[in-house]
Design a protein around this ligand. Structure first.
Ligand code: ARG
Length: 435
């Protein structure tokens, strides 16, 4: 039964009812819808807008409805227009007139965005907890290989030696920024739109500060049109989650490379790898690949939200019902990815000998060789050129800087002495940079 009877002479066309309904998406907010209504009803009674008896009956019955939905004894009607309609209808079915008084001084337009803010607040807390766990997993994994040296890359070409700890630490820094970004968005969205009504506020002497405080908001939103029309928080969260996916996707790309026979820097545990239906030798990194692939969904959610909002006149428009599918999908996807990713990182192993061997090739200590000459008084550009000549000579003759005899060094630059071999030793290159 819709909430908007009286004006209409006919029931809504069945297919149109299904099209218009958002219950399949928003029923997950039943707890938040009930919390919002409890705060609203208590405030109405406190302000003398409804009687204390009606207020108490509504609050108590809403508690029972919540318990009944949780226990499964009350099934959410899939034909209801949305979760707000369903809860109010059920309350009225149980209480009669008292139930019909709940919606005094309120509209679904302020109600839906209260529910969504409350629901997303808890989603943020869940994702940030997961991101903290992932950071811990990465830190602990690095600590299993103290001082392990690997090639650092630019342009995917071996560049300078680094430690595994520094490499994984880069991802810890990214995920820390993600946590900050989500918490920052949480602060900005943590204001209550209740009291905005449909768009123009209400004529009842409601207390917006009271409901805001009861629901854990920092305060009430100032402008009532903004209160019902603002979905910035959905966009900010989808953007912050998109960056989480960018970071997960970049890490995934590296794990996929590192697990290849070409690199052999790392191996995923069998419990987090898959095989091939035809090639018996295969062990595939499906999990990081799938995470890399799923990043596109979250970017799509962000684009969908921006596009849905950009042409909307104030205040509420039904287009906005699409907000929940997008922002829920973004949260669901990130949480799903992290749930598998954290134990995958915890159980993977690195192959430090292979990383060390790769670091020994590719002349990644050439910068240190040039720096050594700078230490002998040569200007950096000259030192760079001399080292470049040595590298070219090594490539031509199949040698490395470590195995090149001192007289070959001195043939290029007389400033070289025995000290150069200590200067270009990989461990020293890394230690000098404080890694
Ligand atoms: N189901 C709607 C939504 O998700 C609730 C708000 C409906 N308001 C309205 N005036 N039709 O946005």
């Amino acid at each position: 039964m819709p909430l908007w009877q009286g004006r209409f002479g006919k029931a809504l066309d069945k297919a149109t009812n299904d099209f218009n309904s958002s219950i399949s998406t928003d029923s997950r907010m039943f707890r938040e819808d009930i919390s919002g209504s409890v705060a609203h009803a208590a405030m109405l009674a406190k302000q003398g807008i409804i009687t204390p008896e009606d207020g108490a009956a509504i609050v108590a019955e809403l508690g029972r409805i919540r318990a009944d939905i949780e226990s499964g004894s009350l099934l959410i009607d899939p034909n209801a227009e949305d979760i707000h309609t369903f809860v109010e209808y059920e309350l009225t079915r149980r209480l009669g007139d008292a139930g019909k008084r709940l919606h005094t001084g309120r509209s679904r337009n302020d109600q839906v965005t209260v529910d969504l803010r409350l629901y997303l607040r808890s989603q943020i807390d869940e994702v940030t907890a997961q991101l903290h766990s992932l950071r811990t997993a990465l830190k602990e994994k690095a600590a299993e290989y103290p001082g392990a040296i690997m090639p650092g890359y630019t342009h995917l070409q071996r560049a300078q030696p680094i430690t595994l700890e520094r490499h994984l630490g880069a991802y810890c820094a990214m995920f820390l920024r993600d946590i900050d970004r989500l918490n920052d968005a949480r602060k900005r969205m943590n204001y209550s739109p209740l009291g905005s009504g449909a768009l123009a506020g209400t004529t009842y002497p409601i207390d917006r500060t009271n409901t805001a405080a009861a629901l854990g908001f920092i305060g009430a939103m100032k402008n009532t049109l903004d209160g019902v029309a603002d979905r910035d928080y959905c966009v900010e969260l989808a953007a912050a989650l998109s960056l989480v996916m960018v970071h997960l996707s970049r890490l995934s790309e590296e794990l996929i490379l590192w697990c290849s026979w070409e690199f052999r820097f790392a191996e995923l545990d069998d419990a987090f790898s898959t095989g091939s239906s035809i090639m018996p030798q295969k062990k595939n990194p499906d999990i990081p690949e799938l995470v890399r692939g799923k990043s596109g969904r979250v970017f799509g959610d962000l684009m969908g939200l921006l596009t849905m909002l950009k042409g909307l006149p104030l205040a509420y428009n039904k287009d906005m019902q699409e907000d929940k599918d997008a922002v829920f999908d973004a949260f669901d996807t990130v949480k799903l990815c992290l749930t598998t990713y954290i134990p995958m990182v915890e159980t993977m192993r690195f192959l430090p000998e292979n990383m060390r061997a790769a670091a020994a090739g590719g002349f990644i200590n050439a910068t240190d060789c040039a720096d050594y000459l700078v230490g002998k008084g040569l200007p950096f550009r000259d030192a760079y050129k001399a080292t470049g000549e040595l590298v070219a000579f090594c490539i031509r003759t199949g040698r490395t800087l470590e195995t090149l005899p001192l007289d070959e060094y001195q043939a290029v630059c007389a400033l070289f002495d025995e000290g150069v071999f200590e200067a270009i030793r990989m461990e020293n290159c890394v230690a000098r940079r404080g890694m």
